[in-house]
Write a protein that binds this ligand. Structure first.
Ligand code: 2BA
Length: 109
């Protein structure tokens, strides 16, 4: 058995949630925060048999978009505030960051 953990953008979370149900996957959604952007995102925990991992990858890929997001650094890159003029930097976020973990034991009471 495997646990797939997928960090996705909030904008994609409802669509992915519905697609997972339609494809017969069970999942848990956790509200999470990106360490870099410090903005909300959603982490899915999806438990499944080993032979379904590639299938869930297709569902995730089809329902999560890559987006460009502007971020304004909160502190000067060089460490001094004297000449600091904050300007937004564009970063590419997503579609999804996915981890696959082995599950030693699964019980459902
Ligand atoms: P954030 O940490 O808020 O990162 C958002 C986007 O900012 C990233 O998109 C990436 O394009 C950029 N970014 C992140 N750290 C950076 C850095 N040190 N320097 C320059 N740019 C940086 P994604 O790579 O698609 O990541 C989306 C979200 O997935 C992340 O949000 C984080 O919540 C999660 N994530 C990504 N990699 C992870 C990892 N290795 N471990 C745990 N969570 C991860």
């Amino acid at each position: 058995m495997k646990m797939v953990m997928a960090v996705v953008q909030d904008k994609d979370s409802n669509r992915l949630s519905n697609a997972l149900i339609q494809s017969g996957f069970r999942s848990t959604k956790l509200a999470s925060t990106g360490g870099f952007l410090k903005a909300g995102n959603t982490t899915f925990m999806i438990g499944m048999e080993d032979d379904r991992v590639s299938e869930v990858f297709v569902v995730i890929r089809n329902n999560c978009k890559v987006r460009d997001q502007l971020v304004t650094p909160v502190s000067p890159m060089g460490g001094t505030t004297d000449s600091y003029i904050p300007f937004p930097v564009e970063v590419q976020v997503g579609g999804a960051t996915v981890f696959v973990l082995p599950i030693e034991r699964f019980e459902h009471f």
